[in-house]
Design a protein around this ligand. Structure first.
Ligand code: APR
Ligand code: PHB
Length: 394
C-alpha cells in the first residue's frame, strides 16, 4: 500500500488530521489497533476551545456540534463556601467555549471519514514505523494474519500516551518531562440534569470536585481520590454523598442524583516530550504531551497540534515548502508549555495534597481569593481557559 501521510491512531488527533488533509487533497491512511466501537466507548473530556470549534468547522464536521453543543460563556470556581463566576466572554472580548463530548467529536469524525471513503484500518496488530530518518518511511502492521507494508512521505504519530510512535524514537534524541500527581479523578456519567448551567470547579478540604455536563439531561461529575483508590469501592450512593459534602451548600441541595452509566478513575499527570519530531515522524496530541484535566486542555492541545501539522503539510504539498515542516515541534511546544503551566496551576490551586499542612491550605485559599477578586486575576484564568491563540507558522 502507498499513501502520502500515514496516520497511526484513530483518536481525535488522527481522525481530525485525516479529515483536514483529505479536504486539501492530501491522501492519508489511518491505522488503529482497536476497533471503532472500542474507540467510541472511552469517555473523555468535553470542553472545546474556540480554536478547536473553528477547526472542526473547517474540517466540515461541525454540523451536529453546532446543533447540539452547549456554548458556555462562563464557569464557576467554588471555595470557602463561596462561588465566583469567571465571565469568559466579558474578560476576553467575546470568547467562549463549547461543551460537547470528545466521544461525540470522535463519532462525527468517524462518520465524516466513512462518508468520503478514506481508508481507516481498525484492529491492526503490531503497528511499527520504519526508516524514519530516511526520505522513504513506512509502517508495517498485521491484519487478518498477514503483514502489510504502507509506504508514505510522512508519518503522524497520533497514537496517544501509550502508543508506539514516541517509543520508536531513539531515547538519546528526545527528552521527557514529567510530573505525576498523588491523586486521580473518579468520574461518573449519569442521565440526570446538570446541577448548574455552568461548570463548577470546587476546592474543599476533603478534596477537589467538578460539576460538568454533556447535555441538558446528562451530567458528568468528578471527585479527587487517592491514587490507589479502587472504583469498586465507590457505590453510586457513596459518590453522591461525597460530592455533596464537597460542594457549596446551595449547590449540594440542588444536586439531582441517579444511577451512574459510567464510572472510572483516571490518574493525573503532566508530561511533555521534546522535540515532537524525528525525521519523517511527527508526534501529535497525547503521544507528545499529557496535562491534568483541571484546565480542560488535553483535547484542545491535540487540536492545536493538528492545526499546526495540517497547515505545514498543506505548505509542503501545495507550495513545495519542505523547509517549514522542520518548525513543527518548536511551533507546537510554545503553546503546549503555556497550557501545561495553566493546567498545573489550576490543579495546584484546587486540589488537596497528601502532604498538605494548614499553612499550604491557607495559601491556596489566599491565592484563590486574590486571583478571583481582581480583574487582572480573573482575566488570566479566562484567557487561558478559552485557549491562547494558535502560534503562527512563519
Ligand atoms: N498502533 C495503532 N494505534 C494505536 C497504538 C498502536 N501501537 N497505540 C495506541 N493507538 C490508538 C489508540 O487505540 C487510540 O485510539 O491511538 C489512539 C490515540 O487516541 P487518544 O489516546 O485519544 O489520543 P489523541 O487522539 O491524541 O487524543 C487527544 O487528548 O487529553 C486527551 O482525552 C483527550 O484522548 C484525548 C486526547
Ligand atoms: C468533562 O466534562 O469531562 C470535563 C470538563 C472540564 C474539565 C475536565 C473534564 O476541566
Amino acid at each position: 500500500m502507498k499513501t502520502q501521510v500515514a496516520i497511526i491512531g484513530a483518536g481525535p488527533s488522527g481522525l481530525l488530521l485525516g479529515q483536514l488533509l483529505h479536504h486539501q487533497g492530501i491522501d492519508n491512511v489511518i491505522v488503529e489497533r482497536r476497533s471503532g466501537e472500542y474507540v467510541l466507548s472511552r469517555i473523555r473530556a468535553g470542553v472545546l476551545e474556540q480554536g478547536m470549534v473553528d477547526l472542526l468547522r473547517e474540517a466540515g464536521v461541525a454540523q451536529r456540534m453546532d446543533a447540539e453543543g452547549l456554548p458556555h460563556d462562563g464557569f464557576e470556581l467554588a471555595f470557602d463556601n463561596r462561588r465566583v463566576r469567571v465571565a469568559l466572554d466579558e474578560l476576553t472580548g467575546g470568547s467562549k467555549v463549547m461543551v460537547y463530548g470528545q466521544t461525540e467529536v470522535t463519532r462525527d469524525l468517524m462518520a465524516a471519514r466513512e462518508a468520503v471513503g478514506a481508508t481507516t484500518i481498525y484492529e491492526a496488530g503490531n503497528v511499527q514505523p520504519h526508516a524514519l530518518d530516511s526520505d522513504c518511511p513506512y509502517i508495517t502492521f498485521e491484519k487478518d494474519g498477514e503483514t502489510v507494508r504502507l509506504d508514505c512521505d510522512y508519518i503522524a504519530g497520533c497514537d496517544g500516551y501509550h502508543g508506539v510512535s514516541r517509543q520508536s524514537i531513539p531515547k538519546e534524541r528526545i527528552k521527557e518531562f514529567e510530573k505525576v500527581y498523588p491523586f486521580g479523578w473518579l468520574g461518573v456519567l449519569s442521565d440526570t440534569p446538570p446541577v448548574s448551567d455552568e461548570l463548577i470547579y470546587a476546592r474543599h478540604d476533603r478534596g477537589f470536585s467538578l460539576c460538568s455536563m454533556r447535555s441538558a439531561t446528562r451530567s458528568r461529575y468528578y471527585l479527587q481520590v487517592p491514587l490507589d483508590e479502587k472504583v469498586e469501592n465507590w457505590s453510586d450512593e457513596r459518590f453522591w454523598e461525597e460530592l455533596k459534602r464537597r460542594l457549596p451548600k446551595e449547590v449540594a441541595n440542588k444536586l439531582v442524583t441517579g444511577p451512574s452509566i459510567e464510572k472510572s478513575i483516571a490518574p493525573l499527570r503532566s508530561f511533555v516530550v521534546e522535540p515532537m519530531q524525528y525525521g519523517r515522524l511527527f508526534l501529535v496530541g497525547d503521544a507528545a504531551h499529557i496535562v491534568p484535566p483541571t484546565g480542560a486542555k488535553g483535547l484542545n492541545l491535540a487540536a492545536s497540534d493538528v492545526n499546526t501539522l495540517y497547515r505545514l503539510m498543506v505548505k509542503v504539498y501545495q507550495e513545495g515548502r519542505t523547509d517549514l515542516i522542520e518548525r513543527y515541534s518548536q511551533t507546537c511546544l510554545k503553546r503546549i508549555w503555556k497550557a501545561e503551566r495553566f493546567s498545573w496551576w489550576m490543579t495546584s490551586m484546587l486540589h488537596t495534597f497528601s502532604d498538605q499542612d494548614d499553612f499550604n491550605s491557607r495559601l491556596q485559599l489566599a491565592e484563590l481569593d486574590y486571583v478571583t477578586s481582581s480583574e487582572a486575576g480573573l482575566t488570566t484564568i479566562a484567557e487561558n481557559y478559552v485557549g491562547l491563540p494558535y502560534e503562527p507558522l512563519e
